[in-house]
Design a protein around this ligand. Sequence first.
Ligand code: XMP
Length: 310
Amino acid sequence: MNHDSFIAEQTVALRQAVGTGTALNALSGGVDSAVVTALAHKALGQQLKTVFVDNALMRAGEPERIVRIFADLGIPVERVDARREFLDALKGVTDPEAKRQAITQTFYKTVFGRIVRESGASCLLHGTILTDIEETVAGIKRQHNILSQLGIDPKEAYGYQVIEPLKTLRKDGVRAVAKRLGLPDEIAYRIPFPGPALAARIVGEVTEERLATVRAATAVVEEELAGCGAFQYLAVLLQDRATGIRDGRREFGQIVVVRCIQSVDAREATATRLPWETLERICARITAIPGVNRCLYDLTPKPPATVEYI
Ligand code: XMP
């Protein structure tokens, strides 16, 4: 379908569904929720309330950057500071699945659940795309039923309506619609970033200090590899330590892994053959981060590895 007619049809459908009520959506900064926000703002104006939940797990400057991009487009986004709640929920949690579960529960049940109830909105907008539905059906992804994730019994959910305006599109369609809606390239062509954010890149406990380390390493990798054409690139903080020497003294320091992959849809991936000079520059900058004295490049394809480390 032509993207202009997609936008026109969804605008009509959103207006019909919301009527005189209000709709609510959570913007993550990814292209899907960004397109839902821009599309719904075009259709609903002030009847739309968009929140950006700061979960303490974001990349450097991310909350400010996202709110500013939308402010520049005339779309108000309310930043909700939930950093303490997420950090508290992650305290002492080291098992990867338990960590993901803590983040999902804190987002849906605690934070977004509260925002939904307080907002009085009857319509929830969600950026589900066709691939999400296919992967849920195939058992690759977890259920995308937002109401049950919110702890709202679908039988009692009378009054809540979930609208998924992008459910007929794949990623390339979403990116094209993003461009038509005037979203900047930094949003339309963003590299993938996982829902659990930097917590997916910390092996072991997620603490403020460990987040600061992986955040600094992520900034280096994203800066050095921007425009390299890879599908995705990231930095991971391991739990192990290694002996090193800094300023003439032995140091039992932290280890950061750099990953950069070629892929079509993240189901399979291979390591990018980066120039040695690029790797050396990244290594020098990452080992300048306080406490980090080793930087490794991950050559493992998917499978057997996954892209993220948890
Ligand atoms: P894995 O690690 O499973 O990642 O090989 C495949 C792709 O999915 C991204 N990813 C996620 N995206 N929520 C997301 O929206 C998640 O929980 C999640 N976990 C992984 C990952 O970055 C890669 O592009």
